[in-house]
Design a protein around this ligand. Sequence first.
Ligand code: NAD
Length: 271
Amino acid sequence: MSYNLLKGKRGIITGALNESSIAWFVAERAVEEGAEIVLTNAPISLRMGKINELAEKLNTIVIPADATSTDDIENLYTKASEHFGGEKIDFILHSIGMSPNVRKGREYNDLNYDFFQKSIDISALSFHKMMQVADKMDVLNEGASIVGLSYIAAQRAYPDYGDMSQAKAVLESIARSFGQKLGEKKGVRVNTISQSPTVTTAGQGITGFDVFVDFADMLSPLGNASALECADYVITLFSDLTRKVTMQNLFHDGGFSTAGISHAMVDRLSK
Ligand SMILES: NC(=O)c1ccc[n+]([C@@H]2O[C@H](COP(=O)([O-])OP(=O)(O)OC[C@H]3O[C@@H](n4cnc5c(N)ncnc54)[C@H](O)[C@@H]3O)[C@@H](O)[C@H]2O)c1
C-alpha cells in the first residue's frame, strides 16, 4: 500500500544486487511512495546481478560506483544530480557489505589482515566516504535522511560473522559521529537499522546462516523481520514523519535484541 510518504523526494539506493537484496525492496517501496531514485552498485556486481532489470522496471538509471572509491562516489553524485535536473538529494540508502575473510571461510583466529582492511573499507568506511563526498559537493537537501544497514553482531559475539562484527560496529559509530556533523550543519539525519537475519546473497555467505535465521525467529516475539518489512521501516526514516530521529542504531528485529528466552525455545530445549 502506498501513502505517498516520499512524494517529491529524490534519493540514491546502493546495493540492489538481485530480487532478494534488501535494497531491491527499498528501491521498489521508495518509488511506490512517490520518490524519484537512481540505483548504484559496484561495477562487478552490475555484471553479476540483475540491477538493470530493476532499473527498467522502476524507469530509472544505474550509475556504477565502487563505494570504496571517492572518485566513483563523486561521479555518482554528479550523474545523479544531472538525472534529477540539478535538484539536491533527500535520501541515501547505504546497503553495502562484504568481507573477503567471511567469503573465504577464514576463522576469527586466522584472519588475513589485508582482507580485514577490505571488509572495513567496503562495509563501513564507504558509509563515511559517501557522506563526506556528499557534504563536500553540497548535494544534500536540508533535512535529508541517510540510512545504513547493520546487524546485532556489532554488539554481540557470533561465531561465524568474523570481521563483519567490527565492520558493523564501525558503521554504527560513523552514523553517530557524522549524524552530529550533518545534523548541526544541515538538519540531516543519519541512522543505522539493525535488521534481522535475512536470506540474501550477503547473508547466505555466512556459515550456519540458516541456523542464525531459525534461532532469531524462535527468540523474537514478532518473528524475524523480512526484507520487505525492513524496506518499510527505511521508508519511514526517509519520510518527514521521523524528522527528529538521528544518530541512532534502530533495531528492526521482531524484539530479538531484548528477548531473553521464548516459550518456543523452552519447549524446544525441554528434555
Ligand atoms: N542479510 C542479512 O541477514 C542482513 C542482516 C542485517 C544487515 N544486513 C546488511 O544489509 C546490507 C545489504 O545486504 P543484503 O543482505 O541485502 O545482501 P546483498 O548481497 O544483496 O547486498 C550487498 C550489496 O553490497 C554490494 N557491494 C559489495 N561491495 C561493494 C562495493 N565495493 N561498492 C558498492 N557496493 C558493493 C553488493 O554488490 C551487493 O549489492 C549489508 O550492509 C548487510 O550487511 C544484512
